[in-house]
Design a protein around this ligand. Structure first.
Ligand code: NDP
Length: 602
């Protein structure tokens, strides 16, 4: 038997003490209120979601026309659905979008430094269809927004689109076999199909701390960046912050990207941290034109599949992306011979995975120590949890920002900011006077679907979706729900979750287009999931969730584990627990079977 000390020496870390430290850090952060701790951006707070990118005063006459399909949301989910439906021969596809253009999350998130952490060649959808290769390995937000518009142009999705329009409700008309869609512009449009692509991170949230309304300084949320106040643009140069004391609440993926620019622009920057992010190497670089020219047809799908396989714990002969996302799997490979994995029990594989994870996170913690001069600050920036408990971040400027004389990390040891005062913020019992407070506090994830979408659906027999899903989501493959004919959903709930969201959305869009095409070919007007098929899928989701149950329970709270409060409803509302590779096989197999199993055509 090898002693724990010998194991620690061999590995360079002590797994038992790391396990204990992770638990202690998680326990500090567990709180009874979970998702309830956050402030919804409604009522007095609704100005936090005003659109800063459009001229005020837009108006148009209400529409009362009919199209083939109405898609709610003009982000990648809506664009991919539009593209795949157009390819499948659906003529009139109308995308309804709250913002002034396509782009979704990339329309709203224009904060300085905004960029995609997933490799651009994998992340940006439909690159081959548009004959496009991004400029950098990790593309910046303006290029992603431009690409969204290019997809809209290519698939002619601007023709019927309605921007600056919010859906307020939808109702199924059983007599005419059509949906009626109501909007805040007085529209009463009709469509044979509706598809909800509202996005997983579309509703900003604020920290639910007392006194927000009393604060006299300036505030805004990162997803509505106020360049009028800060000056500069997405590339930085925030000249408006000269002479200012700025606070930012939150240290998630968004803050990691904008803090370096705030650090350069503001006289003093106070970064209020509750939980540190894992900040790994980014090493961005321009695209090699020779490599781009050498790409063969099918290159993007192959790269996407390769990346997805590796980041979901699978094996591939080659690591095409070869970055911080896939490194954990390379670490695992160095601990076990992949080909020999079959000889290990699931418990042994889980143990090796945990060791590879410890090793990865030790590297991340060592990076904080190497890049940050002040020892206490470096210590506070070290994350103690497994890498995929929270969204991993990749940035080369964030950690060194704390070496600038005007930049202060206010670590709250898991507690968070306590309250606002008229002059600023209180944390750790101390008041910090601030000219401006920026909320980098993220988006609603664990709240009810219809609250996040901002509208309800009335299906067959007058049933509302809010009521139907009150105790948990019920779908077939995450995309259809019984009682709501001709209605499709693009989301991660009960569907495949990937770190590169557009990949999953593309698979869902193809699946939806296939079903609509089949309905058209059969001359039916209506397609609906049977209750039996739906119930079977719900049970499958609950069963599969057990695969990640203990992992989630050990994680520090965050939106990946329902803020540390997994419960039967959050489990049922989760994604397919056996991972995206398996999920895509399930829906592909279902299509290949060709019987539309579980669906009823009328
Ligand atoms: P997150 O939800 O990830 O982060 C919110 C932050 O606010 C956390 O650090 C949280 O701390 C903190 N917070 C909340 N309440 C308080 C409080 N009272 N006091 C102090 N801190 C508080 O939001 P982001 O906007 O950073 O990111 C959202 C998601 O957007 C990411 O997870 C990612 O999926 C996506 N994204 C993707 C990018 C990409 O490259 N593709 C880039 C940027 C974002 P705690 O951790 O303790 O809860």
């Amino acid at each position: 038997m090898t002693s724990p000390q010998a194991i620690a020496e061999q590995l360079g870390f002590d797994p038992d003490s790391l396990r204990a430290k992770y638990r202690a850090e998680r326990d500090k952060r567990l709180r009874a209120d979970g998702n309830e701790q956050y402030q919804e951006v409604t009522g007095d707070f609704s100005h936090y979601v005003d659109d800063p990118y459009v001229e005020p005063g837009y108006s148009r006459a209400p529409l009362a026309d009919e199209v083939d399909c109405i898609v709610v949301g003009g982000g990648f989910g809506g664009l991919l659905t539009g593209a795949r439906l157009t390819e499948a021969g659906v003529k009139r596809v109308r995308i309804i979008e709250k913002g002034g253009d396509f782009g979704g999350t990339w329309y709203w998130n224009r904060y300085p430094g905004a960029a995609c952490d997933v490799e651009s060649y994998v992340y940006l959808p439909l690159c081959e269809e548009l004959n496009f290769v991004p400029k950098e390995k990790y593309t910046h937000a303006p290029e992603i927004l431009a690409h969204s518009r290019a997809i809209g142009e290519k698939f002619n999705l601007y023709e019927h689109a309605c921007f600056q329009t919010e859906v307020e409700g939808m109702e199924w008309d059983e007599d005419n076999k059509l949906w009626t869609v109501y909007t805040n512009r007085g529209d009463k449009m009709r469509a044979q199909y509706v598809c909800m692509a509202n996005g997983p991170l579309n509703r900003p949230k604020l920290p639910g701390i007392p006194g927000i309304s009393e604060y006299q300084g300036h505030t805004f949320h990162t997803s509505r960046w106020d360049y009028g106040y800060t000056g500069g643009g997405p590339e930085g140069n925030l000249s408006g912050l000269r002479g200012k004391r700025v606070g930012i609440i939150g240290t998630g993926a968004t803050a990691i990207q904008c803090v370096p620019h705030l650090a350069q622009g503001a006289d003093e920057l106070f970064v209020f941290q509750r939980t540190p992010s894992s900040v790994d190497v980014r090493a961005n670089r321009p695209t090699d034109p020779e490599w781009a020219a050498s790409l063969k047809p099918g290159w993007q799908q192959a790269r996407m599949d390769n990346f997805m396989t590796l980041v979901s714990g699978g094996f591939a002969d080659e690591d095409l992306v070869n970055d911080g996302w896939t490194e954990i799997i390379r670490n695992l490979g160095s601990m076990v011979n992949f080909k020999g994995m079959g000889r290990l029990s699931p418990a042994e594989i889980a143990e090796k995975m945990e060791l590879a994870d410890f090793q990865k996170m030790e590297q991340i913690r060592a990076r904080a120590e190497a890049d940050v001069a002040d020892k206490d600050t470096a210590e506070s920036l070290k994350p103690y949890y497994r890498q995929f408990c929270k969204r991993p971040c990749f940035n080369d400027e964030y950690l060194p920002s704390f070496n600038l004389p005007g930049v202060h990390l206010i670590d709250t040891d898991g507690v968070g900011v306590e309250r606002f005062t008229q002059a600023g913020l209180v944390a750790n019992g101390q008041e910090f006077e601030l000219d401006c407070v920026i909320f980098a506090t993220g988006f609603e994830v664990g709240t009810d679907y219809t609250r996040r979408s901002g509208y309800d659906l009335i299906g067959r027999n007058g049933q509302s979706l809010k009521d139907k899903w009150a105790d948990g989501i019920a779908t077939l493959h995450g995309m259809q729900t019984s009682g709501f004919p001709n209605c499709f959903i693009i989301s991660q709930a009960q569907s495949g979750f990937t770190v590169s969201f557009p990949h999953a959305m593309n698979e869902q869009a193809k699946h939806i287009a296939y079903i609509i095409q089949q309905v058209a070919q059969s001359n039916a007007k209506v397609v609906e999931v049977t209750e039996e098929a739906e119930q079977e899928w719900v049970q499958e989701i609950i069963k599969m969730s057990r695969l990640s149950e203990s992992f989630q329970a050990e994680c520090t709270p965050g939106y990946y584990n329902n803020e540390g409060k997994p419960n039967p409803k959050s489990v049922q509302n989760g994604s397919y627990g056996a991972g995206p590779v398996k999920f895509f096989k399930v829906i592909e197999g279902w299509r290949e079977e060709g019987t539309l199993a579980g669906l009823e055509l009328r």
